[in-house]
Design a protein around this ligand. Structure first.
Ligand SMILES: Nc1nc2c(c(=O)[nH]1)N[C@H]1C(S)=C(S)[C@@H](COP(=O)(O)OP(=O)(O)OC[C@H]3O[C@@H](n4cnc5c(N)ncnc54)[C@H](O)[C@@H]3O)O[C@H]1N2
Ligand code: MOO
Length: 420
């Protein structure tokens, strides 16, 4: 099920799916490509369509360990007589000569000898004292033969430009003898946290200070998304510090991702600096958590711009903003084809009162032991509470101004889709 709709009730906030669509439509896919070995290709985006250089399978071959024979030869035997075993064909053998009133001992993957039109698995065969085979059960022409080209013919499309390579698609390329592939170059993303209260983990903390968790989280998420991360560290809550960081980001990165300082307080400078150095596409999305999400650009729109995604400071708001919004933009920049979110209905195992004006993304775990999967809260739902996020298997989306009623169905978004 693909879910691309949500009802919202706060007019000054953008609907989550509209925001997502605007991000995707604003992205200019990068042009650069590079050749990588298959070992390095996982998660990378295919730059060109790949056509099959070979038929697959390359020859008719056996799907079973057993005996290859011609049905007519077997049917022509007198009662009580078996077929002699004339050949032995292991996988990797060349195509064997014509069978003449006999059968071949054959193994899975081995080429079918000329004249044979079926393979019978060895479990259905007995061998008499003359070394002849006798078969139990009915026989059908073509049984247990994998035909040349039945999966794909030479020249057919194997993989489309824009596909993200996974283990199976890499194996598919390898199965055709291909060992390198042309992929989009990695996006360079400048990453920064803002906030005077932030300190790096590993240091002693004074009262009121907060360890910078978001930058670690986003570093992981960007790396998972195959981006090259330019980590600009913790930036103080001042326009000057932000200007300096954005200078570096503009000079060295394709995209900027920052976290914190994007809400409405006078210590929140990201939006003002962004508007001064470039422009704002939108600020504020009707989602909980993640409301103060902002999207804009640094630079002059008439020449070269660097897109900027400003995620909220609250850690779970930052995570959700990345997964539902920022990642779609990064994928579009990488030239990835598919952008639909996957969800399916599950039953809520709990009740909860409505969130005003914003769709809520509750961090849940699924209890799959019952007949229908039931979602339970993974823990506290505050946007500062990473514990539940760390245990969650997915999000239950609850439309704005809608109570959660135990036993009713809601859209469930599995988390694994955000790591693909
Ligand atoms: N008057 C209003 N106040 C707030 C609103 C609002 O609409 N009106 N929105 C609230 C919502 S919703 C969110 S979400 C937060 C987001 O605010 P900012 O993006 O400006 O984030 P900060 O104020 O810098 O920090 C918020 C919170 O998160 C902690 N934080 C920040 N960065 C990090 C980090 N890198 N690692 C860990 N924790 C971080 C920070 O210490 C604060 O506790 O605004 C609400 N306020
Ligand atoms: O969106 Mo905020 O993320 O609700 O705390």
């Amino acid at each position: 099920m693909n879910c691309q709709c949500a009802e919202t009730a706060t007019p000054d906030l953008l609907d989550l799916f509209d925001a997502r669509q605007r991000l995707i439509e604003s992205a200019h896919p990068i042009q650069g490509v590079e050749e990588v070995s298959l070992e390095q290709a996982v998660g990378r985006v295919l730059a060109n369509t790949v056509s099959a250089p070979l038929d697959m399978p390359g020859v008719d071959n056996s799907a079973m360990d057993g005996y290859a024979l011609c049905l007519a030869d077997y049917q022509a035997l007198d009662d009580g007589h078996g077929l002699p075993i004339l050949q032995r064909v292991p996988a990797g053998a060349g195509v064997m000569p014509q069978l003449q009133k006999g059968c071949s001992r054959i193994f899975t993957g081995a080429p079918i000898p000329m004249g044979a039109d079926l393979v019978v698995p060895q479990e259905r065969v007995t061998i008499d004292s003359n070394g002849h085979i006798h078969i139990e059960g009915a026989l059908t022409v073509g049984a247990n033969i994998r035909r040349q080209g039945e999966e794909s013919r030479t020249g057919e499309r194997l993989l489309k430009a824009g596909e993200c390579l996974n283990a199976a698609s890499i194996a598919l390329l390898a199965s055709h003898g291909i060992n390198t592939v042309t992929v989009k170059r990695r996006l360079r993303v400048a990453l920064l946290s803002t906030g005077d209260e932030l300190i790096a983990p590993g240091n002693d903390r004074s009262p009121g200070q907060v360890y910078d968790s978001n930058r670690f989280m986003l570093h992981v998420l960007l790396t998972q998304a195959q981006c090259e991360v330019l980590d600009l560290g913790i930036i103080a809550d001042s326009p000057q510090s932000l200007h300096h960081a954005f200078d570096q980001a503009q000079a060295n990165a394709d995209v900027v991702v920052c976290t914190g300082g994007v809400s409405v307080g006078e210590e929140d400078h990201v939006r003002a600096v962004l508007e001064k150095r470039g422009g704002l596409h939108f600020h504020g999305v009707a989602m909980k958590p993640g409301k103060p999400f902002a999207f804009g650009y640094l630079g002059d729109a008439s020449c070269s711009i660097t897109p900027l995604i400003a995620l909220p400071g609250n850690p779970v708001a930052s995570l959700v903003g990345w997964q539902f919004l920022a990642l779609a933009f990064i994928h579009a920049m990488q030239g990835r084809g598919s952008t639909l979110l996957q969800c399916y209905p599950v039953i809520a195992g709990f009740s909860r009162s409505r969130s005003r004006g914003r769709s809520e993304l509750l961090r849940v775990v699924l209890d799959g032991a019952r007949e229908h999967a039931v979602a339970e809260l993974a823990g506290g739902q505050g946007s500062h509470m990473l514990s539940a996020a760390s245990q969650a298997q997915g999000y239950l989306m609850v439309n704005a101004d809608t109570d959660v009623i135990a036993g009713s169905f809601y859209h469930y978004y599995p988390l694994h889709q955000f790591a693909l």
